[in-house]
Design a protein around this ligand. Sequence first.
Ligand code: GLV
Length: 330
Amino acid sequence: MTADRNLRVHVTRPIPDQALDYLKGQGLDVTCPADDGPPSREELLSSVEDAEAILSILTEKIDGEVFERARRLKVVSNMAVGYDNIDVPEATRRGVAVCNTPGVLTDTTADFAWALLMAAARRVVECHRFVQDGRWEWWGPKMMMGADVHGKTLGIVGFGKIGQAVARRATGFDMKVLYSGETAPETSKWGEKVSFSDLLQSSDFVSLHVPYRPSTHHLIGREQLHLMKKTGFLINTARGAVVNEEQLVEALESGEIAGAGLDVFEKEPQVHPGLHRLNVVLAPHAASASLATRAKMATMAAENLVAVLRGEEPQAIVNPEVLEQCQSPK
Ligand code: GLV
């Protein structure tokens, strides 16, 4: 990319080395903070000022203010499948491509949804603490009794790649799988499509796999939690604001549902104090965090970014119309 030697890429956080090395190997001028923690808003704004490309992560808000400062920007490549941190209409209006990393994290995220489901149902965290704290003094027939997983009904809200990967794993547990979602296929060998309310009423485990957008904001609130079984568990590895956290706490306190496994929260990294309960398993938005998958996500984000800078088609783009505009004859 000799002609592009001066193109500047700002990577908003330290990412796995192979992706950074790949970017540097493309002859790009790459900047990246040394600290793992989030940059201040002003640090972010000043770092992108003369950048042609930003490789962002899901907590960096890439909005009109960022676009205003980064006047040479051509692409924002998010190291995530979700892109609700980016103002996509504004990017499109300014001709900035927005890329994401679907596919490479599907199985790792599905594994983690299952880890939360199993942990919540079988009280794994509580068991661990009990043993670790030295409180285990005798074995008792009524100790740590939880809910069975095998043979139960799993309801999957949103049946895209990750939802389907979660469903596939249920066959090993002899579960009945229900799924719902406006864009979900009418039929699937992995489960039966039902209405959202039927799913909530019939499932023992409800796992959320919808993207966050205005139509999915607080998709799960008091009314939906009330429809769920009192013995039911809610698993969320999608986005925090898909669930009304305040109302989830109320439902957990009043016994409307039996428990929850949560990887995502409305105001990360803050967690509603009412969620610090024995029947809730909490994780710090870590569903895609395997060594291999984070490396793949970073590499894909870097490759997407380079493809756009080269005028080539990236593996994944959220607003392809931007590329079409660039390619169409004037
Ligand atoms: C993680 O939450 C992602 O969207 O990749």
